[in-house]
Every structure is written in structure tokens, then in C-alpha cells.
Design a protein around this ligand. Structure first.
Ligand SMILES: [Zn+2]
Length: 147
């Protein structure tokens, strides 16, 4: 859960807590991704793997998305569609959106930065900011906060 946009992390923890109280504990298994990792996923997608955006055009690249699965009583994770209903019903209340609309049910993220067109300006900010990954992310988060 490192390198997540702090307001997103807060909303996500609240969402997870409410879902847990409703009997559906969700575990995050993927969060922030560097561009290199996104590139690998994108190449796998082009080879027939699970859907993935090109590097810089996924909210994961800016710590503003996670993927989660239902934690079953035996400690295993479930990706069954029916197990995402509580998440989907509860996300909006916490100001978050899920990937249900585009067939990516484990995906939860901040609104307004979903499509490539919406994410493109953030990619520009990221690429033109020198420094560490965290410094680049902070420059992106400043832009998100100022809108
Ligand atoms: Zn995702």
C-alpha cells in the first residue's frame, strides 16, 4: 500500500472497513505500478493476457488505483464476479469508482482519471518532473489536488 495518493488511501481504507462490516473483506493485491511494470503487463495484454493499459495511461501508475479480491474464510482470495457486488455497491459512497463499467471488476480508483484522455496530462507532468518516483508522484498529486 506504499506510494498511494494519500486521499485515495484514506477513502480506500474506509471502503474496505465498511465492506468488512458488511461481511465482505477485500484484500488489495496490486497497487502502485512503475511504468516499466505497466509496460510488461501491456505487452502481456497484447499477447492475449488480461486487459492492461499502456504505461502512463493507468491510474495505477500514479498510486490512484488498486486491484482487490475477496478474502475467503480459508485465507484464499476469490475473483468470482458475485464476490464484487458489495465493493461495487459501496465504492461510490466513498467517492471511488470500480472497473465494472470496463470489465475490470477487481479495480478500484479515484474518479475523473479513468480514460487515456483523462490520464494523459498526468503522464506529461510525471515525465517532465525530475527526481525519485515519490517526487514525480507528488508533482502529479499536486495537479490532481488543484483541480
Ligand atoms: Zn487495476
Amino acid at each position: 500500500m506504499d506510494l498511494l495518493y494519500p486521499p485515495f488511501l484514506g477513502a480506500l481504507l474506509d471502503l474496505q472497513m465498511e465492506c468488512k462490516l458488511l461481511g465482505s473483506p477485500y484484500k488489495v493485491y496490486s497497487g502502485h505500478r512503475q511504468f516499466d511494470e505497466q509496460r510488461q503487463l501491456y505487452y502481456k495484454y497484447l499477447d492475449g493476457g488480461p486487459k492492461a493499459a499502456p504505461p502512463g495511461l493507468s491510474a495505477h501508475n500514479y498510486g490512484m488505483a488498486v486491484d482487490c479480491a475477496l478474502l475467503l474464510p480459508d485465507g484464499k482470495l476469490s475473483w468470482l464476479g458475485e464476490h464484487y457486488e458489495t465493493l461495487e455497491k459501496t465504492a461510490e459512497k466513498h467517492g471511488l469508482v470500480t472497473g465494472k463499467a470496463f470489465g475490470d471488476r477487481p479495480h478500484v480508483q479515484v474518479p475523473n482519471y479513468v480514460t487515456g484522455t483523462q490520464l494523459w496530462p498526468l503522464k506529461t507532468v510525471y515525465n517532465r518532473t525530475p527526481g525519485t518516483e515519490l517526487e514525480k508522484l507528488k508533482a502529479v498529486w499536486n495537479v490532481v489536488e488543484s483541480r
